[in-house]
Design a protein around this ligand. Sequence first.
Ligand code: DLL
Length: 436
Amino acid sequence: MKNYFQPEIETMPVEEIKKLQSERLVKQVKYVYDNVAYYRAKMDEKGVKPEDIKGIEDLYKLPFVEKDELRDQYPYGFLAVPLSDVVRIHSTSGTTGRRVVAFYTAEDLNVWDECCARAIVAAGGSKEDVVHVCYGYGLFTGGPGLNGGSHRVGSMTLPMSSGNTERQIRFMQDLGSTILCCTPSYAAAIGEEITKQGIRDELKLKAGIFGAEPWTDEMRKDIEKSLGIKAYDIYGLTEISGPGVSFECEEQNGMHIQEDHFIPEIINPETGEVLPEGEVGELVFTTITKKAFPLLRYRTRDLCRLTRKKCSCGRTHIRMTKLMGRSDDMMVVKGVNVWPSQIEQVLFRLGYQANYLIVVDRANNKDSIEVNVEKTPAMAADPDYDTAQATAKIVAGLKNMLGIKVEVNIVEPETIVRSEGKAKRVIDRRHLYTMM
Ligand code: DLL
């Protein structure tokens, strides 16, 4: 069958998926209760025993777990197996405090590879492909995750890691890379360089698997054009395993969550109440097959919507929309909720690319927000391009989208620092939050 790695699982009837989830959940809750003292204490405190969980309909009875608790229990508090069964660790970037370390048994890695293999095959990958991985390698899960998936598919794998764009492009040319895996912002930077060199036709790229940071559909179109590919979204987080928790199929209309391993819920981030399908809220995951670092009802802080609407790719696993923000990255500027992705949308609509930097500041108790954006090379070369007029257009577009006045500076091409990993597009000088 075309484009499925494990058709019997990926297209399993929904009722069977739910049955499988229930069986796995019941076992997993008992396993966690017996092997993680921290969870046992939390469940005891809430008065829930493993016997109370008879299927997915009882999931709501379990307590939530949050990132702070993982940090507090660093490093071994959530480990469910003897250290001698652990074969690998990965870790979050930990910019706001102590890192979270996630542990894997050999079987956990096996499952993770399978999840990434499903994503690669959904993007048209097979053993005939050359998979070019320029997510970072090391503690970050991006590189090792897609690398493992590519091995599993049997594709020739180029473990490039990020950076050194010139060498990336040289390898793409010389070895005929067909599938590119990296952050969307790095894909855009590579696309920009390829356009500059005018060598798109020398490349064999056909698809890209991009994730690890938010990106809009406008940015997708831009990348698809500059690289001449179809661009697929992939989602995941270190705590739950890494990339491949969900992935896009050829429909490019939401990411299928790998429901044989992860049960998703959407909750109201304020109250914790479980929301019905279709409502926007915080995504929560329960892992039902993980052994070393099993998490039950983990709050991701990522905001999205779920849908069970039939997908014409034939996969039956539930889909999540692109992330609509994080319940903790939203900025309140001049009393208004601002998501960086809204600003990006306006810039793209007006023909700019992903080279921008947002600076938020506060003086005399008054907020200011500034958007610095690069002209595209075409704009810079256009004698009719009028900076004052262009600035006014962006200001008006942002006012319309956000309802507030934003200061806009248009700068020359290639003056905003490029990212090789996750792009940092917001500098909030107000330091409204205490560092954790
Ligand atoms: O970013 C894992 C990953 C690697 C996913 C490569 C996809 C590709 P962390 O560093 O733990 O793990 O960061 C997880 O990044 O909670 C989201 O907020 C964000 N994120 C991940 N994928 C996407 C995506 C990896 N496709 C955090 N779209 C998550 C938007 C994403 N945000």
